[in-house]
Design a protein around this ligand. Structure first.
Ligand code: ADP
Ligand code: ASP
Ligand code: MG
Length: 411
């Protein structure tokens, strides 16, 4: 039997009623003759609640216990989905990550899937089971501890299963009906895309568009998984939603494909660092060891042998970053006068493959922001994206004006 992977995100399993509705969708695919692997997220809000418990209990928590706690939301929905399917006379059972097993690295809270042996589930399909419901977001480390794949990780679970089982398609059911030119929740002119290239989706995801987890796009690209994003709230045809595909499969596209934002960014500056070879290594080495996802970096021009070094990271890593910096100071390895922390910035990015062959895109972006009176604090660019850090209160305005200026509402 051909295998289909169907993933249901948090809002799609938020209540028993929604689980029933999702189960009906699964039933439709079973009736078409598929063996279906259903990946579920926790009910919406659950993971945030669990993360809140962890943070309240311990600020610099043990990531292994964090994983034991925050992975639990998915266990509930996996069991409930299997039960609901059984009530519909669809032969189904649930699996937690370790039972499959979904083997991951031991990078707790940000583990990577290394292997998913298909044997256990395939055997059950052979015995007449029609649906394997798997708890998303979780796996097991080489030491046998529970791991999680980072926020939004159920998308990655889904794509990894699609690759491991050579599924015909991986359908990501969510609360919007596809991938848009920007988040439709903050820009009402956002336009749904029928297709988007892997590279563009990868950039949008890594720059904050949480509709797909970055790693899921990476895996789909590498293993040639047919990946589709669609709504669990509407009746669906086989052409619905957005197909994430190779660049060659898209006929025409705009220079800029989309605008992404990342709300919870922080900017940290080490002030007046003694400038000498090795300072970047002395700063970013310990930050990397502390697991800080340093994003943008700028080093000022040196004056009188001293310079400022600025970097950005997610706001929820500021405490850890601060601790690492205190460690650097205490070690005496680096001489600097202080640390400035700005926790009220957001990152705005424009993304498009067309930028490879079009000049002037970045300068147009800067002009649009300056016309709105928005000050740019940090800039980074790559071949197909430009990102800026701005004050968070201007985030929506920046997204909307860039969407207008690049005419993204037009196909
Ligand atoms: P799920 O719980 O189904 O995984 P998520 O909340 O993780 O859903 O992702 C879906 C959300 O992603 C949408 O509700 C939307 O607000 C947001 N989003 C951000 N950027 C985009 C985009 N470019 N296209 C579609 N949705 C986007
Ligand atoms: N429940 C997890 C989260 O909220 C994983 C997911 O939904 O993909 O991050
Ligand atoms: Mg998600």
């Amino acid at each position: 039997m051909p295998v289909l992977v169907m993933k249901f995100g948090g809002t799609s399993v938020a209540t028993l009623d929604r689980i029933r509705r999702a189960a009906k969708r699964v039933g439709v695919e079973v009736a078409k003759g598929y063996d279906v692997i259903v990946i579920v997220s926790a009910m919406s809000g659950e993971t945030n609640k669990l993360v809140g418990y962890v943070n309240e209990t311990s600020e610099l928590f043990d990531a292994r216990e964090y994983d034991a706690i925050v992975s639990s939301g998915e266990n509930v929905t996996a069991g409930l989905m299997a039960l609901t399917l059984q009530e519909m006379d669809v032969p189904a059972r649930s699996w937690q990550g370790w039972q499959v097993p979904v083997k991951t690295t031991d990078a707790h809270s940000a583990a990577r899937i290394e292997e998913i042996p298909p044997a256990n589930i395939m055997q059950k399909f052979g015995e007449g089971m029609k649906v394997a419901v798997v708890a998303g977001f979780q796996g097991i480390s080489p030491e046998g501890r529970i791991t999680t794949l980072g926020r939004g990780g159920s998308d990655t679970t889904a794509v990894a299963f699609a690759a491991a089982f050579e599924a015909e398609r991986c359908d990501i059911y969510t609360d919007v009906d596809g991938v848009y030119t920007t988040d439709p929740r903050i820009c009402d002119k956002a336009r749904k895309l029928d297709k988007i290239a892997f590279e563009e989706m990868l950039e949008l995801a890594s720059l904050g568009a949480k509709v797909l987890q970055t790693r899921s796009v990476e895996l789909a690209m590498r293993y040639k998984v047919k990946l589709r994003v669609l709504s669990s709230f509407e009746e669906q045809s086989d052409e619905a939603g957005t197909l994430v595909c190779d660049e060659e499969d898209i006929m025409e596209s705009n220079v800029v494909a989309g605008v992404a934002y990342s709300r919870d960014e922080a900017k940290m500056t080490l002030v007046s660092v003694a400038d000498r070879p090795g300072i970047a290594a002395a700063i970013f080495g310990p930050l990397a060891e502390a697991g800080i996802n340093v994003d943008m970096i700028i080093q000022n021009i040196s004056e009188d042998g001293r310079t400022d070094m600025t970097f950005s990271c997610p706001t929820d890593q500021v405490a850890r970053a601060q601790k690492a910096i205190d460690g650097i100071k205490a070690s005496g390895e680096l001489n600097f006068s202080g640390v400035d922390i700005d926790e009220s910035v957001a990152k705005i990015s424009i993304v498009g493959i067309g930028m490879r062959s079009h000049a002037g895109v970045a300068s147009k972006m800067f002009k649009v922001l300056s016309d709105e009176g928005i000050n740019i604090k940090v800039i980074t660019t790559s071949e197909i994206k430009v990102s800026v850090l701005i004050e968070r209160k201007y985030m929506e305005l920046a997204v909307q004006s860039l969407h207008d200026a690049f005419e993204l509402e037009k196909a």
